[in-house]
Design a protein around this ligand. Structure first.
Ligand code: A2P
Length: 411
């Protein structure tokens, strides 16, 4: 057990700016808003953080798990941390503090994560998930990949310019699992002249490669031309990626992610719920299942996929060619002419009996990826289908989280 610290000493929680991929997971997870960011860094406010650890398990890189013993009066301020390019070295405590007897009531050792977890999804993978590699390549040691494919996967007549981009790693190891992500370092510098930070993209291909047996992987990238408010902006990394040609090279870091992973045991069912480019991990998992269709070990696949129209739904053609007895596809189209507006959560309610059947099976894992806004809607829909059958959603939700069977990745 760790000894309690003197009141004047703080075990300060810090984020390593060299490893952090600015995915916002920690800020979303923190139950007391102790984490903030600017265009440079994500940082922890020492005046607010209580060391509850809720943010630590969800962090895909582990950059969040850094601590320094400092004199409380000398804690690194938010402003200081925002300016960092790397973590400061551990400094010895002033003699006066190092000599002070620990105060029993001043313990600030992190509380167990389970006590403080507020995320809607699990912070552990399913029991049968394969063990992932993470952080093999960092900002300081990126790996070079070569573009071997770049295709548009939405209708050419739509504003939604989504690309399927295939990267090859040649002889260099880049082992991945479905549900993991990688970071891309766009070339050039930001307005302050600093190199751009990495942007995170989920894999769209399964563990054995976009092309089975090859050392390559794919990404699903939407060209960003406006911000969330509809104001015109040009996404630095998405435009760079969508404009790449065959044989161009790209700087890659990662892989990342140790919880949004698929189960490996025979008979596991997947409920996949996504919008737009959130389909990437669903494509990866579906393709993993498709490649072993003959083995007979697959459980059921149920997909809820939201897009504005069929032509704006990435991979619409290949998806619709999959056999109906292999995957149960439910498309929620919100702006299709002559059809009522539908979201994925509407279809979950419409398919309540089948969803409930799968939820009742402990071999079922649920994956949600896409727009942040759908998180609440999907949870409400899952609660409704459970409650309709006289079951207690709070208990089921807790079980799904503890067993690593409910996963969210939203942005
Ligand atoms: P909408 O037409 O209302 O924007 P996008 O194309 O912007 O990536 O969105 C993908 C799909 O997700 C669209 O059909 C969009 O509908 C839908 N969507 C938007 N907000 C939500 C939400 N809160 N819950 C579920 N789906 C949503």
């Amino acid at each position: 057990m760790n000894a309690a610290l003197p009141v004047a000493v703080l075990k300060q929680h810090l984020i390593d700016p060299e490893i952090c991929i600015r995915c916002n997971t920690c800020e979303e997870t923190c139950p007391i808003d102790a984490i903030t960011h600017d265009s440079n860094n994500y940082v922890v406010d020492p005046d607010i953080c209580n060391g509850c650890m809720a943010c630590v398990p969800p962090c895909p890189t582990g950059s969040i798990d850094n601590w320094r013993l400092v004199a409380r009066s000398d804690a690194y301020s938010v402003q200081e941390q925002l300016g960092w390019d790397e973590l400061p070295r551990e400094q010895p405590l002033p003699d006066a503090l190092a000599a002070v007897e620990p105060a029993a009531d001043a313990a600030i050792d992190p509380a167990p994560a389970a006590q403080a977890s507020v995320t809607p999804g699990a912070s552990v993978p399913p029991w049968s998930a394969a063990h992932p590699y993470v952080n093999l390549y960092t900002h300081k040691t990126p790996v070079t990949a070569t573009v071997v494919g770049n295709y548009r996967v939405t209708g050419a007549d739509t504003d939604s310019d989504i690309h399927h981009i295939v990267l090859d790693f040649g002889e260099l190891p880049f082992p991945v699992l479905e549900g993991q992500s990688i970071g891309i370092l766009p070339p050039g510098t930001d307005a302050q002249g600093r190199p751009h930070h990495a942007r995170q993209y989920s894999l769209a291909s399964p563990r054995d490669g976009e092309r089975a047996g090859y050392n390559n992987l794919s990404l699903t990238v939407k060209r960003v031309i406006e911000d969330h408010q509809g104001q015109p902006v040009s996404g630095v990394c998405s435009n760079y990626l969508c404009d790449l040609a065959r044989n161009d090279t790209v700087q890659v870091i990662g892989p990342f992610g140790h919880t949004f992973l698929m189960p490996n045991h025979p008979g596991a069912n997947l409920i996949m719920i996504c919008t737009g480019t959130g389909s990437a991990p669903m494509r990866a998992m579906t393709e993993r299942y498709r490649r072993r269709i003959e083995t007979g070990e697959n459980g059921r696949l149920m997909l809820f996929f939201g897009a504005r129209t069929e032509r704006e739904l990435p991979y619409f053609g290949p998806l619709m060619k999959l056999p109906r007895d292999f995957i149960d596809i439910n498309l929620a189209l919100s702006r299709e002419a002559g059809q009522p507006k539908r979201y994925v959560q509407d279809l979950i309610r419409e398919r309540a009996a089948d969803v409930r059947g799968l939820l009742a099976d402990r071999n079922t894992c649920i994956y949600v990826c896409g727009l942040k806004g759908m998180e609440v809607g999907v949870l409400d829909a899952l609660r409704d289908v459970t409650v309709q059958a006289g079951q207690d959603w709070t208990i089921l939700h807790d079980v799904l989280r503890r067993e690593g069977r409910l996963h969210f990745e939203t942005y």
